[in-house]
Design a protein around this ligand. Structure first.
Ligand code: NAD
Ligand code: AKB
Length: 315
């Protein structure tokens, strides 16, 4: 088995590469990105996902059997350059899917997102098969991507699997330009400045998931027997739902003097267009999905590990 991870230098890719290397061995997992990590992360290859010939060479040279295709431009950054975002997010995926078909790869993982939800989607306990009319180019590209994944599965029997991640929160990598980024930034600000100015309103409820749960969801989905995968667009999955006000309260249980104020910007409209909570029954039924982290457990873990890394950097 030889796995290629695209977008491996991002918030999720950094941790997913590490997770896959623990399972399959370091040499079996090739990390790639347009930006080189600033720490030793070999084997690493520079790869722009729009360079189809380079992807082909990597598949051939490293005899790739599986691809985890993470490279993308996220919701907030995507709005600064819609056409580039569509190109990277959709054409990048189409190259991966078509090369996976041509080289008969065993599996492809495509991370979708709650950003596929939009103005027509029920906001509470959003069902798997909810109406989808995304308002961002990021959401549009991921929804089109889900449909292409389903098409390649139906037409070419490609074993492509996908999760609609909610906002992902972790202590070992920084988010890359999304609307849920506040839920990571707030921890750094609380520990370093004791204060955070939030770009969303205090009552903005969004679905979230701790990185450990995201890694488990991904590896469990990919390890599941193909007969258990009844969804080939993107499985709803969730860990918890909270507002900035509730997160600030949870942080105050550990840092009593922590203060927060709110200056909503353009990301408020994006957050308002997404669901507040997710029904992930289908993932639970099909391949046994079960989150382990709620708001309190995630907050305690984030503060513990970020405190440790701040102390290590100070020494
Ligand atoms: P990120 O922005 O942190 O990382 C994306 C990576 O893709 C970056 O390292 C970037 O350099 C790389 N990239 C951008 N353009 C590229 C190109 N042309 N060629 C190759 N690489 C390129 O994002 P992330 O949070 O790690 O997200 C990873 C995937 O998971 C994305 O597909 C994203 O849509 C999805 N996702 C993330 C979240 C989340 O909360 N983090 C939630 C839902 C879905
Ligand atoms: C974003 O906010 O854009 C991402 C996501 C939910 O897809 N974190």
């Amino acid at each position: 088995m030889s796995i290629l991870v695209t977008g491996a230098n991002g918030q999720i890719g950094t941790i997913l590469t590490r997770t896959l290397r623990k399972i399959y061995g370091k040499e079996q997992v090739i990390a790639s990105d347009i930006i080189r990590p600033n720490y030793d992360d070999d084997p690493f290859l520079m790869l722009d996902i729009l360079n189809v010939q380079r992807i082909r060479e990597i598949i051939e040279d490293f005899e790739i059997t599986e691809i985890y295709h993470l490279a993308a431009i996220l919701s907030a950054n995507g709005e600064w350059n819609p056409l580039k975002t569509w190109n990277v997010n959709l054409n990048g995926l189409l190259s991966i899917l078509d090369l996976a078909r041509e080289y008969k790869l065993e599996k492809v993982f495509f991370p979708s997102t709650i950003a596929v939800h939009g103005s027509t989607t029920p906001k509470v306990d959003t069902p798997q098969d909810a109406p989808l009319l995304p308002g961002t180019v990021y959401g549009m590209s991921k929804l089109a991507g889900e449909n292409w994944c389903n098409y390649y599965h139906q037409r070419y029997d490609l074993d492509v699997r996908s999760l609609r991640y909610p906002g992902i929160i972790g202590h070992d990598s920084l988010p890359g330009g999304g609307t849920t980024d506040y839920a990571v930034e707030i921890f750094y600000a609380a520990l370093q400045q004791g204060h955070y100015t939030c770009f969303l309103r205090p009552d903005t409820r969004l679905p979230m998931m701790y990185m450990d749960d995201a890694m488990r969801a991904t590896t469990e989905l990919m390890a599941a027997n193909s007969s258990k995968i009844s969804n080939r667009t993107g499985y709803n999955v969730t860990g918890m739902s909270f507002t900035p006000l509730e997160l600030a309260e949870a942080i105050r249980q550990h840092i009593p003097n922590f203060s927060i104020d709110y200056k909503p910007d353009f990301r408020q409209a994006i957050a308002d267009s997404w669901s507040q909570s997710i029904d992930d029954t289908k993932a639970r039924q099909d391949w046994g999905w079960q989150p382990e982290y709620n708001l309190e457990k995630m907050t305690a873990d984030m503060i513990f590990y970020l405190n440790q890394s701040i102390k290590i950097k100070a020494n």
